[in-house]
Design a protein around this ligand. Structure first.
Ligand SMILES: [Zn+2]
Length: 376
């Protein structure tokens, strides 16, 4: 029998859950971290290398792909999976967040957002209907409803009108998406840091009915404490039998805290972007490979890591190639960072399944608190 799209929670520990999302393109083990493949590539990585880090799914950006090379062109070339040589599931965002953060001269109306491309100044409209069309042309497995990511800070009245607009757009997204067996549509909860608005938004989304639900409008500058405060209640307002996705998060301790609060999926540019700026995530915190202390250090970045950067290269080499501006620096550090993130997710899945997630979290924080290994 062909798998369409479903989600099973296979274990819980406190609010944390582990499970599996089944799609025609393969299973996604949750909690899942999705590497970001902005423009049809996870920067500095071959698709098979992304697979080797343990990723089950990656994220593509509607805004970038609609402008270059264009959704219709990708469709003519067989869809995004074939175009970028990635066979596993792809989630695409709706374009809403980036159109608001990257473009100037934009105009938001009930219809959608008119804007000028940041690449060549050409004029475009993105609306719920056009966002659904673009994501269909790309061949996305998990499609996100078109929404407005409420900026932070927002006063109650501004947050409310933004949330209500997003809910009207959510209904239009659902209508435009139609019936597409094997493809999923996720709704996005808004409401900023206001509990009553988060509740209303969740009710509106549930009434429309989605295959999964995202917590949107967080990780936009409110800080970890306030984000966790919202996550203490926001995921619980969404249906327990559907995947819950926290968009754009985050640092390793953000991810652990979000999973502890019932989040199943996350994405962030941090591991890939940091890999290009000389920052490595390790069990013992962040290592800045450009620091002079690594110049003659023959030890690996992390002796316990099994990624190629740690198995075959020294800190001294990674320091050298970063300082010399060599492309391999981005390749090795990105690989390491994605491996670290996927390993983190695998450890959490195992700990949740075994009912020892709280003890695991204590170990995670204790190891980070030790800091990097002392210099030689
Ligand atoms: Zn490594």
């Amino acid at each position: 029998m062909t798998v369409l799209f479903n989600f099973d929670v296979t274990g819980t520990d406190g609010k944390a859950r582990t499970g599996v999302i089944r799609t025609p393109r393969g299973n996604i083990r949750t909690p899942a971290f999705m590497p970001v493949g902005t423009a049809g590539t996870v920067k500095a990585m071959l698709p098979e290398s992304v697979t080797a880090t343990g990723a089950d799914i990656l994220l593509g950006n509607t805004y970038h792909l609609m402008l270059r090379p264009g959704a219709e062109r990708v469709a003519r070339l067989g869809g995004l999976h074939r175009f970028m040589n990635w066979e596993k599931p792809i989630l695409t965002d709706s374009g809403g967040y980036q159109v608001m953060s990257l473009t100037e001269l934009r105009k938001l109306t009930e219809e959608g957002v008119r804007f000028k491309s940041h690449i060549d100044g050409s004029e475009h409209l993105i609306s719920p209907e056009r966002s659904m069309e673009i994501q269909r042309l790309l061949g996305s497995d998990i499609v996100m409803a078109f929404d407005e990511c409420t900026p932070y800070p927002a006063d109650e009245a501004t947050a409310r009108s933004s949330m209500e607009l997003s809910m009207r757009w959510a209904a239009r997204s659902r209508e435009a998406f139609g019936e597409r067996p094997g493809h999923a549509l996720f709704g996005i909860q808004q409401g900023s840091v206001f509990r009553d608005q988060r509740e209303e938004s969740a009710e509106a989304l549930k009434a429309i009915g989605f295959d999964g639900y995202a917590v949107g409008g967080l990780a936009v500058g409110e800080g970890q404490e306030l984000m966790f405060e919202v996550l203490d209640y926001a995921p619980g307002l969404l249906p327990a039998d559907r995947p819950r996705y926290l968009m754009g998060v985050g640092k390793p301790d953000d991810i652990v805290g979000a999973v502890a609060r019932g989040i199943d999926m996350m994405d962030c540019v941090l591991p890939t972007r940091s890999g290009r700026t000389g920052q490595a995530f390790t069990r013992r915190g962040v290592v800045n490979i450009k620091n002079a202390r690594h110049a003659e250090d023959p030890r690996p970045l992390d002796a316990a890591c099994t990624c190629p950067a740690c198995r075959s290269y020294s800190r001294a080499y990674l320091h050298h190639v970063f300082r010399a501006g060599e492309i391999i620096s981005s390749m090795l550090l990105t690989w390491h960072n994605l491996h670290y993130y996927q390993d983190l997710m695998a450890q959490m899945r195992e700990a949740i399944a075994a009912g020892r997630f709280e003890a695991w979290q204590r170990g995670f924080h204790a190891e980070r608190a030790e800091g990097d290994i002392p210099p030689i």
